[in-house]
Write a new protein. Structure first.
Length: 295
């Protein structure tokens, strides 16, 4: 199944704490990499998000970001009086020592670290409520993200299969040109060997003679390479439709096809066939570039 590693989604929820916004974005990567960014209030939930996200994809670099626009009523009632009074006491003591006016701006002191308590979700009931919200938010965001990746994967599938069809056409044309070329080359080699043996006054048995011809022709016969190339192309098609397939599997198959084309190119001497082999290499490179984007 063709699923792109690239995707993006955004989901929002309204809660008693405020508005929660979650973004999931992903890009290409050789392995599975997860990055989670949470507000300080929910920092302890990072392992929970990692565990959930890890089950959603096989490879790629995924970043999940959660932002909270806290409700005013939820934030304002959490001033830590002890910390505020401690700050004020320390500041007044310093001002006395420096012979400065003792007036303090309480609103300014309230912005100091620790004065406004961060929202807490310590008890079990709060934890269950938070998990239910996060689970629903992540489910919605992940569904949208997966849909975008599948849509992009469908575009990649069309592109890849068009290049694969062109590769198969080139392989068929190479085979069509190679068959008469092979027969002519085989006959020419047999004639040259016979001529050379006659000049040397040598004579071989027919079976031995044909065996030597076969050994020589194996160095330029590309029938096996063409057969394997067809087989790899068929395997590529079936692998791409497998739900459990990955871009990495397709990449391995492309490497095998490229190896066959390179071997074919090194064996043949016909200029037209070699140019077709060059076109086949270019086609394989275009396929490889596209499947680098697949999960």
């Amino acid at each position: 199944m063709y699923v792109s590693m690239t995707g993006f989604s955004r989901s929002q929820m309204q809660t008693s704490w405020g508005t929660l916004s979650m973004e999931i974005s992903s890009v290409n990567h050789r392995y599975q990499e997860i990055s989670v960014r949470l507000p300080r209030e929910f920092a302890s939930w990072e392992p929970w998000f990692h565990q959930k996200l890890r089950k959603l994809f096989r490879r790629g670099k995924v970043q999940m970001r959660l932002e909270v626009l806290w409700a005013q009523s939820f934030k304002t009632g959490r001033v830590n009086r002890e910390v505020l009074l401690s700050y004020c006491s320390e500041l007044l003591e310093l001002r006395r020592g420096l012979a400065l006016p003792l007036a303090l701006n309480v609103e300014q002191v309230a912005s100091f670290p620790g004065v406004l308590d961060l929202p807490r979700f310590d008890d079990e009931e709060d934890s269950q409520s938070v998990e239910a919200v996060f689970d629903e938010l992540l489910t919605n965001a992940a569904a949208s993200w997966q849909k975008m990746r599948e849509t992009e994967g469908a575009h990649l599938r069309d592109e890849v299969l068009s290049h694969l069809a062109e590769l198969e056409r080139l392989a068929a044309e190479i085979e069509e040109r190679w068959l008469p070329t092979r027969d002519a080359a085989f006959a020419a080699m047999r004639a040259r060997v016979s001529e050379a043996l006659e000049k040397m006054g040598e004579k071989l048995e027919e079976s031995r003679y044909m065996q030597e011809i076969v050994l020589l022709t194996d160095k330029w016969d590309v029938s096996e390479e063409l057969a394997r190339l067809k087989s790899h192309a068929a395997k590529f098609r079936s692998t791409g439709e497998d739900r459990e397939s990955t871009g990495r599997k397709l990449d391995f198959i492309v490497q095998e096809m490229n190896r066959e084309v390179n071997t074919l190119d090194s064996k043949v001497a016909d200029a037209d066939i070699r140019w077709l082999a060059v076109d086949a290499k270019a086609c394989l490179e275009r396929i490889r570039e596209q499947i680098q984007n697949l999960e």
